[in-house]
Design a protein. Sequence first.
Length: 166
Amino acid sequence: MIINLKEIPDDGVKIEFDVKLPSDEFISEGLLKSKLFIRNLGGMIVINGDINASLLLNCNRCLNEFKDELNLSVNITCVQSEESTLDSRQLMNDELDVCFYTDDEIDMDVLASEFLINSLPMKILCKEECLGLCSVCGINLNEQTCLCSKETKVGSLGDLLKAAMN
Ligand SMILES: [Zn+2]
Ligand SMILES: [Zn+2]
């Protein structure tokens, strides 16, 4: 959904829209349902609301797909930038939820998608204590145990220490 900033009424506008995320390495499927309230405060665009995300993610450790649902509170400020290299596709950084726009339009689909992606943890895990795959036999250690798992862990810790010392 493209929002033309000139068409935002003085008392703001409520929008509801769905976005399907493109699948990538970590996200198999993703559907975002956004309910946002947009105000134009003299060129500073303030966006508040909620994004509900139904996701099918790939665990970084065991590679299994798992379902996740996130409810995010949105509080984004968009400011106009004169630099043509910046556009609404670039959220400024993860901590300050600021975005830039150059034209009079903001692509809300991109904004919602980036907001969600920035909200995901660096490591996507099916559960915090996910045991991952055995690096020797490849078994999913959450589902089965193997005989090599113990030795492998000691071995790989030793390798890590070696690597750290070099
Ligand atoms: Zn996992
Ligand atoms: Zn094994």
